[in-house]
Design a protein around this ligand. Structure first.
Ligand SMILES: Cc1ncc(COP(=O)(O)O)c(C=O)c1O
Length: 377
């Protein structure tokens, strides 16, 4: 394809369309026909299959990634007066759940290379009130866990982007106190909505299991040991996720190919650079995030985003710094300056990446990016 004269797509290229097919449709139909719609045999099978895949002792299926993190914080007994250190470069849910339990989110700056939480910044923010650390594996690159573990606090990983990730040869899932996954529509393994808590701690697994229902008990006799949040995963959704998990390696191969195509193209574009990936780790390739340096790339991220939309190419932003969003800005004056996160928040742009994209789709995105870059520089 010519570098500077792409043919504009006649249809809009969605940023992250779900890769679901007839198998998922059939699995849902079968579940509906089975008569068991709520949490049941399929959710249980999903938990077992994920426990094996993630190499974790326990997996609890819940209603969302947000619920997964929220219920873990509740199960850890975190509440008012406590602080939890997290990353500002994340989806707001990561901070919201800290607020939901009545604790205070404390944002630590990120590393310039991969925009994952900077352990040195975390260490500086630990006080006697700190009750947990909630790091994020941004885009599928695992963050640096060893220097977080040595701080001796519970670590709850936000692994919404990290289903296939490993950290120094060990699968993300059973490494910290708890690891939370999302099955949201765009995720590498999706159910449309859903989440998972993986843990090797039987007490946390049990705690989350109790909290995700309203009550406990079999048959007509029931009891309330703890007022639950009703955040369980239905079998209808579990059925979709079971098929998606079967496809995870096949989908990964497609993502890998798309990422390689982007890497080759972006290497030629001055001022546009992908986030760093650590060769010691397995990256989940959930997102392909580039940073756009307005000086060298000739325009801002926002200008690139609208120019690409003009070429019928959908993009997204991962992420705007959470502490800059209205609710947080007004209530949580920063404990520490976050210069790296703030600069990154204005520069990051995520390019289309899904196994539902064909190679030609990705070539369209690349050609549009090349054309827009040529126009701006
Ligand atoms: C980094 C991150 N954390 C948490 C979540 C929340 O997951 P869910 O939408 O399943 O609640 C998301 C979802 O997009 C996310 O990207």
């Amino acid at each position: 394809m010519s570098k500077l004269s792409p043919v504009k797509r006649t249809t809009f290229l969605g940023f992250q369309p779900p890769a679901v097919g007839d198998e998922e449709v059939e699995a849902v139909a079968e579940t509906l026909r089975s008569g068991w719609l709520t949490t049941g045999p399929r959710a249980e099978e999903l938990e077992q299959r994920f426990a094996a895949y993630l190499e974790a002792d326990h997996v609890v299926a819940v209603g969302s990634g947000t619920a997964a993190m929220h219920l873990v914080l509740v199960a850890l007994g975190i509440g008012p007066g406590d602080e939890v250190i997290t990353s500002p470069i994340t989806w707001p849910a990561t901070a919201n759940v800290i607020v939901h339990v009545g604790a205070t989110p404390v944002f630590a700056d990120v590393r310039d290379s991969d925009l994952n939480i900077d352990p040195a910044c975390v260490a500086e923010l630990v006080t006697e009130r700190t009750k947990a650390i909630l790091p994020v594996h941004l885009a599928g690159q695992s963050c640096d866990l060893d220097p977080l573990w040595v701080l001796g606090l519970p670590v709850v990983e936000d692994a919404a982007h990290a289903v296939e990730s490993s950290y120094r040869g060990r699968k993300i899932g059973g490494l910290s106190d708890a690891t939370c996954f999302s099955l949201y529509a765009t995720k590498n393994v999706t159910a449309g909505e859903g989440g998972l808590v993986a843990t090797n701690r039987a007490d946390l697994a049990e705690g989350v299991r109790d909290l995700c229902l309203t009550r406990r008990g079999d048959g007509s006799v029931y009891d309330v040991g703890v007022p639950g949040y009703k955040a369980n995963l239905s079998d209808v959704l579990a059925a979709i996720a079971l098929v998606q998990l079967e496809k995870v390696d096949r989908h990964r191969a497609i993502r890998e190919r798309h990422v390689a195509a982007y890497d080759a193209a972006v290497a030629e574009l001055d001022g546009i650079e992908p986030l760093a990936r650590d060769p010691r780790d397995t990256h989940a390739y959930h997102l392909y995030v580039v940073r756009i340096d307005p000086e060298r790339a000739g325009a801002t991220r926002d200008e690139y985003q609208s120019a690409l939309a003009g070429e019928n190419i959908g993009t997204s932003i991962h992420f705007l710094p959470v502490h800059r969003l209205s609710w947080y800005r007004e209530r949580f004056p920063g404990r520490a300056p976050l210069p790296v996160a703030e600069r990154a928040g204005a520069e990051v742009l995520s390019l289309p990446l899904s196994p539902a994209h064909s190679d030609a789709d990705i070539q369209d995105a690349i050609a549009a990016l090349q054309a827009v870059h040529a126009r701006f520089t």
